[in-house]
Design a protein around this ligand. Structure first.
Ligand code: FES
Length: 351
């Protein structure tokens, strides 16, 4: 999954504004966690609460996370999937309780089905993270728009906004009432939450919910691509940085910025490793780097999770990810090497 927000209005600090926001490449935990509980929370959705694995010794607590963070679950099949953390947070906007919710996707690539069919209480899962591409930034007012399982990263954000006394409201859509997870938890917030299953209400009324551009507000949206595309279109006239989205899959617009670049091999200098690679068109920079024996973190390999983000020392990047903001792309000092390439045929990376 992926998201990135541009510079945002800082109109009123949240209670946690001084707490460090985890970066995508901050120190990452990698190890096993035990499934403490498994619950069905909607049609086709199970939630898993993860606890530290004790193994042979004392269990270390799982790392702290903040709203918007996700983890990688590395399945025994070799598949890695990202899931938002949606457990409860404390008054300071932190949590060590790792809970994820997994939607069974019959037409997916098998990760969610494997979890649904095989993972039970007491099992151990290989996990990595947390990583936060979707941090909640300070604002006086929040407008949350969730579609289906996209409610997961929004749950702890709502709790944090509520704890901070911010003004907020949630528009939550899904196919049917029964397919929408965490409705009992959300019911406690009363009229701030609008639950709008499509079979009763049709498409979400974005105009009615979002209204006119509001410089004091931030919009956070997570859900299926058509919903995010619609919210992006609606917010096109809002102040830059107002909208923050998280995608589950690469954006339709992701891809070569210029067709010719896709056909060319590129030269990539790994400055710290003292080697230069020629990367053919059919190979990603990530794969070339790995084949050269240089260790680099990666997960989704689709330009959506942020784990392979790499500093760029020289050369012009052909950004093909679904994560970086326009400002970050323009800065040309970082790239997601699983999908992005070079415009000028050569890059120098801090690897
Ligand atoms: S963005 Fe996920 S591996 Fe590159």
């Amino acid at each position: 999954m992926t998201s990135r927000s541009a510079a945002a209005p800082d109109t009123r600090p949240l209670g946690t504004a001084e707490a460090p926001v985890p970066t995508r490449r901050g120190a990452e935990f990698e190890g096993t966690a035990t499934v403490r509980s498994r619950q069905t929370v909607a049609d086709g959705v199970v939630s898993l609460e993860l606890a530290p694995s004790t193994g042979d010794g004392e269990a270390e607590p799982l790392p702290l996370w903040q709203p918007g963070a996700h983890i990688d679950v590395v399945l025994p099949t070799g598949v890695t999937r990202q899931y938002s953390l949606c457990g409860p947070i404390d008054a300071a906007g932190h949590s060590t309780r790792w809970r994820i919710a997994v939607l069974r996707e019959p037409h997916g690539r098998g990760g969610s089905q494997w979890i649904h069919d095989h993972v039970q209480e007491g099992d151990e899962l290989r996990v990595r993270g947390p990583r936060n591409n979707f941090p909640l930034r300070p604002a006086a007012r929040y407008l949350f728009v969730g579609g289906g399982i996209g409610i997961t990263p929004l749950l702890p954000m709502i709790a944090e906004a509520e704890a901070a006394g911010a003004e907020w409201s949630l528009l939550y859509g899904g196919r049917t009432h029964g397919s929408m997870a965490f409705l009992p938890e959300l019911a406690g917030y009363g009229e701030r939450v609008s639950v709008r299953p499509q079979d009763q209400y049709g498409l979400l009324d974005l105009a009615g919910f979002l209204g006119d551009p509001d410089p004091s507000a931030l919009v956070y949206c997570c859900g299926p691509a058509p919903l995010i595309d619609a919210v992006e279109a609606y917010c096109a006239t809002w102040p830059s940085g107002s909208l923050n989205v998280e995608r589950f899959a690469a954006a339709a617009s992701a891809g070569p910025a210029d067709g010719a670049a896709a056909e060319q091999p590129i030269e990539v200098e790994l400055r710290a490793s003292g080697m230069t690679l020629t990367v053919p068109p059919e190979l990603s920079v990530l794969k070339a780097v790995e084949e050269a024996g240089v260790p680099v973190l990666s997960s989704c390999e689709e330009g959506i999770c942020g784990s392979c983000e790499t500093p760029v020392l020289d050369g012009e990047v052909d950004h093909r990810d679904s994560l970086l903001t326009e400002d970050e792309r323009a800065a040309n000092d970082t790239m997601l090497i699983c999908v992005s390439r070079a415009r000028g045929g050569r890059l120098v990376l801090d690897l």
